[in-house]
Design a protein around this ligand. Sequence first.
Ligand code: UT7
Length: 325
Amino acid sequence: MNAKIVATGSYLPKKILTNKDMEKIVDTTDEWILQRTGIKERHIAEEEATSDLAYEASLDALRNTNITPNEIELIIVATVTPDKPLPATALFVQEKLGADKAFAFDINAACSGFMYALSIANAYIKSGAVKNALVIGAEELTKITDYKDRGTCIIFGDGAACVLLESTEDEDEGILDIRLHSDGHYTDLMQVPAMGSVEPCSKEAIDNRDIYIKMKGNETFKLAVRHIIGVSKESLKQKNMDFKDIDLMVSHQANKRIIDLVAKKAGISPEKTVVTIDRHANTAAASIPLALDWSVKNKKVKKGDTILLNSFGASLTWSAAVIKW
Ligand code: UT7
């Protein structure tokens, strides 16, 4: 049994913050942001919760299927910005959808979160435990972004996207391989220092701005390029493939320069890469499904295509998957 993507969906909150708007918030320029990251604008959630974005993305995916919410068996939400610490955001999504027969939970693997969730759902389907699964990446990173830190605030945005997986008996289609990695030696590269058991919410945590993302961007960048190439090769090799065999590479959208460098080093032509970071910025767990959904809606993907997904995130997690569409 394989797991196959039968639908994709996405949702972006209405409010847009352009680089020009960013110039009014921190000491930066539109040119610097565009040149160093490829970002032009990002979406910002105001009244909506992460589960609202996830719910809208799910409706978008279900719209073109004959599956009703009541038939969904598993819901996984990948997020680092849950509605609340407790309960899981996936339960709010389940309730909003009326997916009463599903079981639902969240996972946190930062920007690799969607890939980790996809691998879990894949395993459940392959084992025969469930016949379908809704895998969602949803984030409101702007809620944990420090708008006094120009080194980080320019790259993050909000959004949600998802895939609906179904089992197939055709072993040559769907998710052919998926590889996950993590390295706990690098937890200081990217973290929110407070709001957990180590440093619960306090006035001091707020005053020190420890409730926001801290990131060593430059070091993270270098590791990202190396690990994305390594894990992608590893995943392709499992299927006796190489970079030349792929039709499309859908990468985590952290920085356009990372995507370009990976493509250059792997010998993948720019037309085979997907770039949505200009409009979405970095939306962590939502970024790969947002880019995939955009590719589907814009007819960049056709039946029989070999698609390489790859991710890199805090800190450190990285992964790749090979999909036959
Ligand atoms: O999502 C998964 C994990 N995250 C990533 O993969 C992020 C990877 N990292 C990055 O995308 C980049 O490191 C950033 C976009 C975050 C930063 O770009 P950078 O080219 O690595 O900049 P930098 O931190 O090395 O800073 C270079 C210079 C510094 O000035 P000096 O010291 O050379 O005078 C910074 O102060 O650029 C300055 N700078 C800025 N200037 C204008 C940093 N941020 C800004 C800014 N506007 N927003």
